[in-house]
Write a protein that binds this ligand. Structure first.
Ligand SMILES: Cc1cc2nc3c(=O)[nH]c(=O)nc-3n(C[C@H](O)[C@H](O)[C@H](O)COP(=O)(O)OP(=O)(O)OC[C@H]3O[C@@H](n4cnc5c(N)ncnc54)[C@H](O)[C@@H]3O)c2cc1C
Length: 503
């Protein structure tokens, strides 16, 4: 039987689409199967009653011009290579933190202005603040000078190591460092250390001690170089542009196609079987599903099963998508906010509120006179699994929990409850269903103390089955899974004798 494509990709998250786009542009034929009727997974947008909501991600790195972000401006580079465009709007503030004890910090694009806010609150820690954030700058300086590629590809490692011996060695040493332990070298003030914890929790959902310094060197430094940029029309503009690029070079993306099994014969991936029964074969398969979904559900051979405990499972989310009257949002309101009521509970289920209002930057995502609001807190499927989905008890519990979150956000937006025009609530069960992720989880995390290089790369225990997405190095986040897509495509392309050029 003739293969359906050189490479089949399971899932159209940003990791999967990035890998597909780069391989297709290089001349491999790709076929991507997506269970949903739209691309993007956790980086999709959906439309409801005239509003465009971001399903998950809305803080985006990687869109700067080449001069401002070195090699980390991965979206810009990939879209240029594909010949597609995603207009973006620069965001002056990455996140505005609203913390206990009236501790209020907007993280400005301008690094000095941001550090000034911290130094004004902690004058006794001025030198510690400067030294800690300088360490992040040093990591950033290394990362933004090295091209993205596969750490499993000896040719890439030798090439980059030979061209940049000092930087490569310094980076290797820094992979052993934790963000929180580095902070404690310079800073003693407990409240300031809590701030550093929430800085890592904001994207890693772990405290700073559990977070690798290398990851922090991107998230907490590039925001002051390449900056945060919002794609016009919403998060979905990113997967849409990747799909456009894939199709432009002849690739295929099939929506509404649920891959039920990754076919494995004699330890080698051969293709996929859809829930319709259709079988498609290929030379290689790339899975964009989580490690648990791939090895405990899509691969039927129990010898490949992966214990949930092999990784730390991040929680899922309870999400609120609101359309609100524009009057409730002040003129000088920033897009992204994080609210912590009490330090003791910030990392417990529901403790921290993530909040964004992207229509403040991009009015096209809300009807005239309205704004879009997206708020979410961590949550677990287990808290909801006793309810009959769609039943009245489930709906009531959802409304009550949602109302509690809304009341808490009134601390920064008084009158929000009365300004709501449209309200869509999503529990962890909704996340599990639409994101097709085990327990609706944000994904597997490293255990505290593990080296960032212990995160799985793109090769798997099955020959010719590769992985892209946030179950692989470097982890969660749209720019991180973009990197994983690049490294996955690089490895596959070299293995099949047609290596990629650096993006
Ligand atoms: C609420 C929330 C907020 C976030 N905020 C941010 C943010 O502001 N900034 C940021 O950078 N990151 C953010 N993230 C994280 C970021 O969105 C994710 O880490 C990233 O998008 C994950 O990409 P992925 O490639 O792993 O694929 P996913 O997004 O997990 O997509 C995988 C795709 O594969 C499909 N699929 C799975 N199994 C199958 C199958 N068997 N058959 C067919 N299709 C299948 C799924 O339907 C899905 O479309 C957020 C995530 C969430 C949930």
């Amino acid at each position: 039987m003739a293969n359906s494509a050189d490479v089949i990709i399971v899932g159209s998250g940003i990791g999967g689409l990035t890998a597909a786009a780069l391989l297709q542009e290089k001349g491999f034929s790709t076929l991507t199967f997506e269970k949903n009727r739209y691309p993007g997974g956790s980086c999709a947008s959906f439309r409801h009653q005239g509003y465009t909501f971001d399903a998950g991600a809305s803080v985006f790195y990687g869109f700067s011009d080449e001069g401002r972000s070195g090699t980390l401006n991965l979206h810009t580079r990939i879209f240029k290579k594909l010949g597609v465009s995603v207009p973006t709007i620069p965001d002056p503030v990455q996140i505005h933190y609203h913390l206990p004890n009236d501790f209020d910090v907007p993280v400005y694009y301008d690094r000095d202005r941001f550090l000034d806010v911290l130094i004004r609150r902690f004058p006794h820690e001025e030198s510690g603040i400067q030294a800690f954030y300088q360490e992040l700058e040093e990591v950033y300086a290394i990362l933004s000078a090295l091209p993205a590629g596969s750490l499993e590809d000896p040719v890439h490692i030798i090439r980059v190591g030979t061209a940049n011996p000092g930087k490569t060695m310094a980076l290797a040493l820094k992979t052993f460092k934790s963000m929180g332990k580095t902070a404690r070298k310079y800073i003693a003030d407990e409240e300031l250390l809590k701030f550093i914890d929430i800085e890592s929790y904001s994207w890693a959902v772990q405290d700073a001690v559990a977070t690798p310094l290398v990851n922090a060197g991107i998230c907490l430094a590039d925001r002051h170089h390449g900056g945060i940029n919002y794609p016009v029309g919403g998060a979905g503009a990113i997967p849409d542009a990747l799909c456009e690029g894939i199709r432009k070079f002849g690739g295929r993306i099939a929506f509404g196609c649920d891959v039920e099994e990754i076919l494995v014969k004699d330890g080698c991936a051969k293709g996929v079987r859809l829930s319709s029964g259709e079988v498609h074969t290929s030379r290689a398969v790339i899975t964009n599903a989580t490690v648990w979904d791939t090895f405990n559900r899509l691969i039927k051979d129990p010898r490949y099963a992966v214990s949930e405990k092999k990784f730390l499972r991040a929680p899922s989310w309870f999400q609120l998508y609101l359309g609100v009257d524009a009057g409730v949002i002040p003129e000088d309101f920033y897009v992204h906010h994080i609210l912590v009521d009490e330090w003791d509970t910030y990392d417990e289920t529901g403790g921290t509120i993530y909040f964004s209002a992207p229509s403040v930057l991009d009015p096209s995502v809300a009807p005239e006179g309205k704004h879009v609001v997206h708020a979410f807190v961590t949550d677990e499927t287990d808290r909801w699994s006793s309810y009959e989905r769609g039943g009245s008890a489930y709906k009531k519990a959802k409304q009550e929990f949602g109302d509690r979150v809304i009341r808490r956000t009134e601390r920064i937006l008084p009158g929000l409850s009365d300004a709501i025009d449209v309200k869509v609530l999503a529990t962890p069960l909704t996340n599990q269903r639409y994101l097709n992720r085990y327990k609706g989880s944000y994904g597997p995390l490293l255990y505290p103390g593990q080296n960032v290089l212990q995160k799985p790369q793109n090769r798997t225990a099955v020959d010719n089955l590769f992985a892209a997405g946030d179950s692989t190095f470097p982890g969660q986040g749209v720019i991180a899974v973009t990197y994983s897509g690049i490294s996955c495509a690089s490895y596959v392309a070299r293995k099949f004798g047609n290596p990629l050029e650096y993006v």
